[in-house]
Ligand binder design. Structure first.
Ligand SMILES: [Zn+2]
Ligand SMILES: [Zn+2]
Length: 280
């Protein structure tokens, strides 16, 4: 069993890179990809621990992109060579736009009477400060009882605190990933196109023609019907299959590393072999 989608404390997970490697080892994973949002820091910090544990670690990342008016998460994997310096520079710019978003989010929350400061939220995050870090502070200060409530009341796209982050057009992100030596994979397609299968098929075709090389068929949120449909899309558009739990530790407590939601996941090693063999 492998897991190609996981997050550390360097983005919005609660396991440090070292803890994540220990967990992967404990449950007997054959390979793990760390796919933090917008940063390779977690992967890089995990490398020596993975080496020591004899665990195969795959370099990955998750990017927030725009398709039409919608937000689409795009995973990128670098199974052949490390990502280019140019790509890393581009990531630094993305992190800066996230900081801008955070400053506006604080202002907005303060304007609706929430007593919260940027310093408090940044203490929760490491390389980047994401919405779950805001959620933690809202819980600690008693504004909400749970992370779900924090998102519903303040942080979700429909909530009063929501601030749009500048996101990259999906084509641009795919091209940058390819230029950096990687392969782009559509993350959790169940959350794409409002789970309308016909619309999703059209979107996937467009992304595939823009150079997207893979699709995340296996994911904790996917039903067996979803998996079968995404598999058919993969063969139709000649996309490589990827899969993983999207593990976030205590920020998504019902999701386990490797086995997903109530053991609905068991991604075989052959998926990683397929990814390796997909070099065009
Ligand atoms: Zn995602
Ligand atoms: Zn994710």
């Amino acid at each position: 069993m492998i897991d190609l989608h996981s997050h550390t404390t360097e983005s919005d997970g609660t396991f440090s890179p070292a803890e994540l490697i220990a967990e992967a080892k404990r449950i007997g994973l054959e390979a793990l990809a760390i796919t933090d949002h917008d940063t390779f820091r977690g992967y890089e910090k995990a490398l020596p621990f993975a080496k020591e544990a004899g665990l195969e670690l795959v370099c990955g990342i998750e990017l927030s992109t725009k398709f039409g008016g919608a937000t689409v998460h795009m995973l990128a994997y670098f199974p052949w060579t490390p990502p280019s310096a140019e790509f890393r520079l581009w990531l630094d710019q993305l992190l800066e736009s996230r900081r801008e978003r955070n400053r506006s989010l604080i202002e907005k929350l303060q304007s609706i009477g929430v007593d919260i400061t940027l310093e408090e939220v940044e203490q929760q995050g490491r390389t980047l400060t994401a919405r779950p870090h805001f959620g933690r502070v809202l819980i600690d200060k008693g504004y909400v009882g749970t992370m779900q409530e924090a998102f519903d009341k303040y942080l979700d796209e429909s909530a009063p605190g929501y601030v749009q982050r500048r996101e990259v057009p999906v084509d641009d992100a795919i091209q940058r990933v390819i230029a950096a030596g990687g392969v782009a994979s559509l993350a959790h397609p169940v959350r794409v196109a409002k789970n309308n299968w016909d619309t999703l098929a059209v979107w996937v075709r467009k992304m595939a023609s823009a150079g997207m090389g893979a699709i995340e068929v296996f994911h904790s949120d996917h039903t067996p019907e979803n998996v079968a449909f995404y598999q058919s899309l993969a063969s139709q558009y000649r996309l490589t299959i990827t899969g993983g739990s999207d593990f976030h530790g205590a920020n998504k407590p019902s999701i386990d590393l490797g086995t997903g939601y109530r053991k609905n996941l068991a991604v075989p090693y052959s998926v990683l072999e397929g990814l390796r063999n997909s070099r065009r």
